[in-house]
Design a protein around this ligand. Structure first.
Ligand code: SF4
Length: 391
């Protein structure tokens, strides 16, 4: 029997998979709050989720489609994420320019950077991918890819919709474009508004774009795997950026094999959404309409694994950092420090171990801390100062 007030495993006992799934979907809707629409999980969010696969808090919030930026604001710790309206409009204008004339310039860049031996793109096929809802658009995209694989020539899919199963639930993803080459292979295209200066862009931004593109590659591979013969999904993607602060496009082929392998491995490590839902007390709700204290209590029902990397990847980072600091958790100092300290998980534990008040002297971390504390005391003594315990 599950403990009182906890959701048990009844979802799966005696229930058909379809019924269990619909009950999970119902529970996820309750978590968002009445009338709050689900926020789609995009590839950027998925890549960030895969970068911290141990964080159940992020997994359930993303799985339920909670707007984390709104939640962070309601918790009193607004995120520093988001694009200015101006940057957003500039990005859209650049993308429209790159895709103008039926994608002629975009296909020229794909041909030049990734497939120069193929016939030059002339009169490419640009199928209409419009359909109702994300499921309809996903099916329409799969059909267009299947047709393009056998039609030959170049095909440009503008904003296709792909589905990827994440933690037992489907996530719908929308790459900027997918190009089908004359040999039937598929390439992901990412169009970004950060500049490429003298053929090179900011490595951190390129890395983030590569992680995002790797998620699209994984989703495309799922589509390809359902075709016979399965088309090749290229592991070099095309990154298109403005050239030297102009509005002209510059492109670079980016190898995402490493990011693809890491993301695939991390996604398999995510705890199933249904399993997290099962552990939540009744009545938990993350609606940004709720008072801050109630929301804080709700968020605390799901364990988190904060690390400084969250600051660049998750809207809840300021909230989780504050809680982590208040708890004295050593993860606030970084994953590498946390790993070095073994079983010592709080700053108080570390100080007690260093001062010989706690900890197993045989533990290498404890021994290293005591040696460091002794060296510090010795150094201060030789400088004529008294060692003051650091707290
Ligand atoms: S900021 Fe919080 S919720 Fe987001 S990934 Fe980090 S620990 Fe998890």
């Amino acid at each position: 029997m599950p403990p009182p007030g906890k959701r048990g495993t009844a979802l799966r006992i005696g229930a058909s998979p379809a019924r269990a799934k619909s009950r999970v979907w119902g529970r996820l809707a309750e978590l968002r709050g009445p009338g709050v629409p689900a926020r789609a999980l995009d590839a950027r969010a998925l890549a960030a989720l895969a970068a911290n696969p141990g964080c159940r808090r992020r997994a359930i919030l993303d799985g339920a489609g909670v707007d984390k930026a709104a939640l962070a604001g309601a918790l009193g710790a607004p995120s520093a994420f988001g694009q200015s309206q101006f940057a957003f409009m500039r990005g859209n204008a650049f993308e429209a320019r790159v895709k103008a004339d039926g994608g002629a310039e975009l296909l020229r860049l794909v041909h030049q950077k990734l497939d120069p031996a193929a016939e030059p793109p002339q009169e490419p096929h640009v199928p209409d991918l419009a359909a109702a809802g994300p499921e309809g658009r996903t099916a329409r995209t799969a059909l267009a890819l299947r047709e393009a694989a056998t039609a030959g020539g170049w095909t440009l899919l503008d904003h296709p919709m792909l589905a990827l199963e994440v933690a037992g639930s489907p996530a719908f993803l929308e790459p900027d474009a997918v190009v089908v080459h004359p040999d039937g292979s598929w390439t992901v295209v990412e169009i970004k508004s950060f500049p490429m200066l003298d053929g090179a862009a900011d490595p951190a931004k390129v890395g983030a774009a590569a992680r995002q593109a790797a998620v699209y590659v994984l989703a495309l591979e799922e589509v390809a795997g359902r075709l016979d013969p399965a088309p090749r999904v290229r592991h070099h993607v095309l990154l298109v950026c403005p050239k030297d602060f102009s509005n002209l496009p510059a492109a670079s082929a980016v190898d995402v094999r490493k990011q693809r392998a890491v993301t695939a491995r991390q996604l398999t490590r995510l705890t199933r959404i249904q399993d997290i839902v099962d552990t939540l007390p009744d009545g938990v709700c993350f609606s940004p309409e709720l008072p801050a204290e109630e929301l804080t209590a709700a968020v605390e029902t799901v364990p988190a694994t904060y690390a400084p990397e969250c600051l660049a990847a998750c809207e809840l980072a300021f909230h989780c950092r504050a809680r982590s600091r208040a708890d004295g958790a050593v993860t606030t100092l970084g994953r590498s420090v946390r790993a070095e300290l073994g079983g010592l998980t709080t700053v108080d534990d570390v100080l007690a171990a260093a001062h010989g008040e706690a900890g197993d002297p045989e533990d290498p971390a404890v021994a290293a801390l005591r040696r460091a504390a002794a060296l510090r005391a010795e150094a201060l003594a030789s400088a004529g100062q008294e060692a003051v315990p650091c707290h």
